[in-house]
Every structure is written in structure tokens, then in C-alpha cells.
Design a protein around this ligand. Structure first.
Ligand code: URA
Length: 211
């Protein structure tokens, strides 16, 4: 399933955190903390190629040209609601980032994603945009969210998740062949209800303690 646009993040700390999150006995608070830590590490990988420029600064000893991020700050896009769990850690790492929110639900009859909320920052064409959702399951919502960000003007878009299903990677890649996808693991398959197997259950429920 992996292709040149799909990056499986193999850092041992990420793999270890994911295992802790998968365990059914991991309780809400711990799950949320682990996801936040994971978001920090994922942000480092997803934004590894941010452009730099230099700024003239003065150290206590002498002036120097020193690297700083070029252009407007990245835009992180949370797909509600589970996206917020990953967003928090990414914002820890990139506190100046702008944040967009995309709320979508799946229509029972058409099975198509329907938007109920959208808010995004300006200058999207100049920003690196990272769409985040912990679970890339069927890929339908992720693909629609990326389309929505393109329609709003975003150009350089990446998708970041914790866990992906092969079906979701295929759907998202088919809809947006140029889109880099970052994930900590690609699991075996979806079940008949669209849950990832072996997975970790419903990410939103596990982050927020709902049932
Ligand atoms: N969303 C989740 O939260 N979990 C899954 O397994 C699939 C989609």
C-alpha cells in the first residue's frame, strides 16, 4: 500500500506511543496525553521541509545571520472532532501556526460527507497546510477535507494521521495523487462498520471519554 507519497513514521517513540494508545485498558487521560506527545513528533516530520530564510540578530557576543521560518506560518486543519486531539500536540510544536476547522458528517443515504462547519485563515496559497485527523479509515472525509482546503485556496497540502487503513490510503491517494500522507502505521483492514483493524477503537471517544 505504501507509495512514494505515503510516509510511515518509524521513530521508536512514535511506535511505542501508538502501542500504548491501542491498548484497551489505556484510560482517557493517558490516551489524550499520548496523542498530544505523538502530535508533537508528527509535526516535526510533516514540517521537516519548511522553507527557511535568515534574519540578522545579535548574540551576546556578535551579530550573525541566523535561520528563521520563511513566509506566513503553516495552517493546521483539524477535522472535527478527533482532529483536535492531534492538533493540540502539533500546536505545541508550532505555536504560531494558524488553525482551520472542518466539520463534516456522512449522510446516511448518500454516504457522502456533508459539511456543517468551516473556518480557515487567510493567505492559504502562501502557507504550508497540514490536514490532521488521527484515523484515516475510509478516506472519504479526509479526501473531502483536502478538496475543501484546495477550494479555499490552499496549495501545498499534506495529510497527517496516527493510524491508517489501506483502504483509506488508497481512497485519499486516488482523490489527491500529489498529497503526501504521514502516518505512524498502516493497519490490516477496515471492518464492516468502517473501523480500522486492529486499530484502537473510536479515536474521538478515546480522546474525550465519550461512548
Ligand atoms: N474512526 C475512528 O475513530 N476509529 C476507526 O477505527 C475508524 C474511524
Amino acid at each position: 500500500m505504501a507509495n512514494e507519497f505515503t510516509h510511515v513514521l518509524t521513530h521508536p517513540m512514535l511506535q511505542h506511543h501508538l502501542t500504548m494508545m491501542r491498548k484497551k485498558e489505556t484510560e482517557t487521560r493517558t490516551f489524550r496525553d499520548l496523542l498530544r506527545h505523538t502530535g508533537r513528533m508528527i509535526a516535526m516530520e510533516v514540517l521537516r521541509d519548511l522553507s527557511l530564510t535568515t534574519e540578522t540578530i545579535e548574540t551576546p557576543l556578535e551579530p550573525m545571520e541566523s535561520p528563521v521560518i520563511a513566509g506566513p506560518r503553516p495552517c493546521l486543519v483539524s477535522i472535527l472532532r478527533a482532529g483536535n486531539g492531534l492538533l493540540d500536540g502539533m500546536l505545541d510544536m508550532v505555536p504560531e501556526a494558524r488553525v482551520a476547522f472542518v466539520g463534516m458528517y456522512r449522510d446516511h443515504d448518500t454516504l457522502l460527507p456533508v459539511e456543517y462547519y468551516f473556518k480557515a485563515p487567510d493567505r492559504l496559497a502562501e502557507r504550508v497546510t497540514v490536514v490532521v485527523d488521527p484515523m484515516l479509515a475510509t478516506g472519504g472525509t479526509a479526501a473531502a477535507a483536502v478538496t475543501r482546503m484546495k477550494d479555499a485556496g490552499a496549495g501545498d497540502i499534506r495529510f497527517a494521521c496516527l493510524l491508517a487503513a489501506p483502504e483509506g490510503v488508497a481512497t485519499l491517494h486516488a482523490a489527491h495523487p500529489e498529497l503526501p500522507i504521514f502516518t505512524v502505521a498502516i493497519d490490516r483492514q477496515l471492518n464492516e462498520k468502517g473501523y480500522i483493524l486492529p486499530g484502537l477503537g473510536d479515536a474521538g471517544d478515546r480522546i474525550y471519554g465519550t461512548v
